[in-house]
Design a protein around this ligand. Structure first.
Ligand code: CP
Ligand code: NVA
Length: 325
């Protein structure tokens, strides 16, 4: 058994300066490359146990607003706030009826009077912008139709753990050009990874996101050719039928035939290559249990990193805020 060295514990005096005070995090592009570096360094330090005992969010509360289901996002934000000394309150849509029982802008104007930040998992990215426009506290995107930026923080933490750096590494995203694919493009732009998005015709990622990344000089390629997988450093997939797309299930299952990530496909990666999936997996569709349980799979480390990466994000957004009561 290897014994890890005891972590050097941080104290309130030795914490890094919060980098994103009071900012919204609706997209990965709400951070600069240097800020991303700072957040990922904090996440790694938290994972090493160096933050044990410091409670930088003591007295602060975060509202978790859900229009859709969640395991990872809900649990990790809640546990993350607790571990940082703060408090989380989960509000399901049955309770608050975002945009139905009450206008989104009024929900925002109420929440900002009581809590110090809001995490929203919503159908429309526009809902997050509306929350952010009407609440003078940080609003965090916990997944929308368009983006899933907190997921990508954990994903890149995992890539760095496995490959040292993401810069110049060949990341292949295969499947639906959905919220995950769009956020991958943002991260290629921020991190300098080399991203290929492989989709069937008609399921490409958002055109505006792609154009923005190319204009910014990102190394992003779109293709329908599965040959892109050969020699990849990272292979990533996500469900073919996202939450809210259930009515299109049959059409989508047909469109994505041949795009399933199998153990045979994983043999085509670089020898050190890894397989990632944000989970939940729809086994029998975009992948199979033999792939998520394959030696190249890091999907459960990736899920663990949701906790570390989001704690780092919360610290940098809220660590300089003072309790208002
Ligand atoms: N990956 C992810 O966001 O998981 P949940 O939908 O369970 O939160
Ligand atoms: N694309 C999926 C991701 C789930 C974490 C969805 O939006 O349902």
């Amino acid at each position: 058994m290897t014994t890890l060295p005891a972590p050097t514990l941080l104290t309130p005096q030795t914490l890094p300066a919060p980098l994103l005070t009071g900012r919204d995090f609706l997209s990965n592009l709400d951070m600069s490359p240097a800020e991303l570096r700072g957040v990922l360094d904090t996440a790694a330090s938290m994972k090493r146990g160096e933050w044990r005992g410091v409670k930088p969010l003591a007295g602060l509360s975060l509202a978790l607003v859900f229009e859709k289901a969640s395991l990872r996002t809900r649990t990790t934000f809640d546990v993350g706030m607790y571990q940082l000394g703060g408090h989380a309150i989960t509000l399901s849509n049955q309770e608050i009826g975002l945009g139905k029982r009450e206008r989104v802008s009024d929900v925002a104007r109420n929440l900002e009077r009581w809590v110090d930040g809001v995490m929203g998992r919503v159908y429309l990215q526009q809902t997050l912008h509306e929350l952010a426009d009407h609440a003078d506290i940080p609003v965090i995107n916990g997944l929308s139709d368009m983006l899933h930026p907190v997921q990508l923080l954990a994903d890149y933490q995992t890539v760095e753990e496995e490959l040292g750096t993401a810069q110049g590494k060949r990341v292949v995203y295969i499947g639906d050009g959905n919220n995950l694919a769009n956020s991958h493009i943002h991260m290629a732009q921020l991190s300098g990874s080399s991203l290929t998005v492989v989709t069937p015709v008609g399921y490409e990622p958002n055109g505006g996101v792609v154009q923005g990344a190319l204009k910014a000089g990102a190394d992003v390629t779109l293709t329908n050719d599965l040959g892109a997988i050969d020699g990849a450093d990272v292979l990533y997939t996500d469900v073919w039928i996202s939450m809210g797309q259930e009515a299109e299930a049959d059409i989508r299952r047909r469109a994505f035939q041949g795009y399933q990530v199998t153990p045979q496909m994983l043999e085509r990666l670089a020898p050190h290559g890894i397989f990632l999936h944000c989970l939940p997996a729809h086994y029998g569709e975009e992948t199979v249990p033999e792939a998520t349980e394959h030696p190249k799979s890091r999907v459960f480390d990736q899920a663990e990193n949701r906790l570390h990466a989001q704690k780092a994000l919360l610290y940098h957004l809220m660590g300089a805020l003072k309790p208002r009561w």
